[in-house]
Design a protein around this ligand. Sequence first.
Ligand code: 5AD
Length: 353
Amino acid sequence: MPYSRREIIHILRSAAFQRAKGDRSRAHPLCEEAGQAARTVFGQTIYQRGVIEFSSQCDMACLYCGLRLPNTRLDRYTLSHPDVLHAVDTAVQCGMGTIVLQSGQTAQPDPALIAELVSVIKSRHRVAVTLSLGEHPEDVYRLWRDSGADRYLLKIETTDEALHQRLRPGQTAATRLRHVERLQRLGFETGSGIISGLPGMTPDILAEDLIRLSSLGLEMLAVGPFIPHPDTPLGHSSRGCLTQALLAMAFLRLQNRGANIPATSALDSISPEGRILGLQAGANVIMPSFTPDTVRGAYSIYPGKNRPGSKAADIATALQQRVLSAGFELTNITGNSKTPLFSRLPRMLEGTL
Ligand code: 5AD
């Protein structure tokens, strides 16, 4: 590993100090190094994933998330299959090589219906399908894998057990990690990630999160800064720091050279140039939302997540223009990870023993 725990903590702390002094004039050298590393592996090419947030139902009570069950101010919706398929068509027309089906974590929808949706999407389009539906029993994961789902995203949020249990009532980091490992063994390209700047997250905890995440041989890794949602118990907490989120991403890139790392939309909630700064600091993926505008505003994980009103295709096109103007190239290939096989092998072998 190129950086020790102590060095990571030191850089994360000094970045907060620099920011306090108001020194935002140029990117941190570490972000530049991570940007270079990403370009060495991926060139200027940016992979595109179209996210369809097909249901805002959620059984969980995570303190940071607007979808939490106790939030009664949220309109709950579940899209019909024809509506999802229409959104998929739009995403493919806009150049997306991967479709990400996302919802809250709920036991409500029949897993067989999701399996059917995946197989219809795979039969209609040459795209990869990623599921991001929270924790489920192993036989459900297997059903979805068998129906053709290629990838699964399950963010750990933080590996610090005390903080995790405080922010995700009734849940543990250890269980979450076990689910991630299970998904890897089932043959999904697996992704995980964290929220930086969560209330109670120290630079030491964030550094540990980055080290733990990097030890898992994941194909996808993400960091998004915490954005307070007014209808949650953390509504009055301070938001995460942009510089810290970018540095966290840069560390992930430097330690996981071939992984797919998105410039998360939470970056844009802090700064209008957030996602471009993310690409310059080592990200290689954008994930525009193709959730229909009739319900998009209701998928309110954090404020600014999904702008209601405009058509999804128009918002995606505007993002694509920004990415191109910043000197990147866009592709519609599925964009599998370049995580070397040897870092995934131990987990894959475990599955066969
Ligand atoms: N701020 C930033 N990211 C958040 N997420 C949920 N709530 C917030 C928030 N308030 C992220 C989590 C979740 C993903 C869908 O959105 O990482 O897994």
